[in-house]
Design a protein around this ligand. Structure first.
Ligand SMILES: NC(=O)c1ccc[n+]([C@@H]2O[C@H](COP(=O)([O-])OP(=O)(O)OC[C@H]3O[C@@H](n4cnc5c(N)ncnc54)[C@H](OP(=O)(O)O)[C@@H]3O)[C@@H](O)[C@H]2O)c1
Length: 302
């Protein structure tokens, strides 16, 4: 049980980021969107900038970042769209990014991610999907979105062997584990930071054709769907894919709400066997969330 009635909103899977943010004024607010130069990140940044926020695209491809910023400035008329270098798999890059940041941060969308890539490790020997999708996401902020996925249903965090040192590397298990970590981060960060007015929520954006599928063939996607008895995917546009991220960091309906998992712009029910929807109980487990926090702090200190 999630222990409460899931929060519902008037928005649905079809809602776009622009619809979700309509009527919300973010003037004077400062936002960061990681991975803001592609896919869902572009549309998330565009919606926030359109509502008047100062938006920093935190990206590893600066040329793509500049192109995206120019496009958003032209489309919204908001000149406060900035680009800063950030490679989440490189701790010195994360340290440089945070050192450069000055003043308050009101909105953080931890959107950057990799999916089902071949086995790879950071300089520290950490499994790359875990490192990119979870580890260095643990920065401070005020309203934070932790972009997870229904793929979290594929694996809990396997504390005995997070980095696949003992077990054989399996790209989907690694992706699933990292996306469960995104939800557990929202749970523990909200518990720790709610007193400071900081809330963190996790979300599934939907299925959107983006650069994320670069390591996956159509045949592989078909195989994955067949595993759960699904015959077809309901693809969203990037504008629809950005809606749930934008909802959790801007909607007055979710003010003060943290540690929860949203999909299609509403809080998810607990996952039921045979379904690809919902949130796994292990992803909301407060003990696992606290343990992951400690493991992450230890890793980052090592
Ligand atoms: N698309 C979907 O169907 C779907 C479904 C569920 C969840 N999601 C989640 O949605 C989020 C956004 O994905 P997307 O679909 O928009 O895919 P995308 O177009 O591939 O965007 C992912 C972004 O993350 C960036 N990134 C990857 N590794 C990074 C690193 N080490 N440091 C900094 N940035 C890094 C990428 O930068 P580069 O361009 O430089 O590679 C890219 O900008 C991800 O967290 C993903 O797991 C997507």
């Amino acid at each position: 049980m999630t222990g409460h009635a899931p929060i519902t909103t008037p928005f649905t899977a079809e809602s776009t980021a622009a619809e979700v943010i309509e009527g919300i004024d973010l003037t004077g607010q400062r936002a960061i969107v990681t991975g803001g130069a592609s896919g869902i990140g572009i549309e998330t940044a565009r919606a926030l900038a359109g509502a008047g926020a100062e938006v920093t695209l935190a990206v590893r491809n600066l040329a793509a970042g500049e192109r995206t910023a120019d496009d958003i400035i032209a489309a919204t008329g908001n000149k406060q769209v900035l680009v800063a270098p950030l490679d989440l798999a490189d701790r010195s890059s994360v340290a440089a990014f945070t050192a450069e940041w000055d003043g308050p941060l009101h909105i953080l969308v931890n959107n950057a991610g990799v999916m089902a890539c071949p086995e790879a490790r950071t300089a520290e020997g950490w499994e790359l999907q875990f490192a990119t999708n979870h580890l260095v996401a643990a920065a401070g902020g005020a309203r934070i979105a932790s972009v997870s996925s229904s793929a979290h249903l594929r694996s809990p965090v396997v504390f005995d062997d997070i980095h696949f040192r003992e077990r054989e590397y399996e790209p989907w298990a690694a992706y699933g584990q990292s996306k469960t970590a995104n939800v557990l981060f929202a749970v523990e960060a909200s518990r720790r930071w709610a007193g400071d007015g900081i809330t963190v929520n996790a979300l599934m954006p939907g299925a959107i054709r983006t650069g994320l599928q670069r390591h996956v063939t159509e045949a592989e996607l078909d195989r994955l769907r067949a595993e759960v008895g699904a015959t077809e995917v309901h693809w969203k546009t990037p504008e629809q894919g950005a809606a749930t991220s934008v909802l959790v960091v801007t909607s007055p309906l979710l003010a003060g709400v943290g540690g929860r998992y949203f999909e299609d712009c509403n809080e998810a029910e607990l996952h039921q066997p045979g379904s690809r929807r919902g949130v796994a109980a292990y992803a909301l487990d407060p003990d696992a969330a606290a343990l992951l926090w400690q493991v992450s702090v230890d890793l980052l200190a090592s």
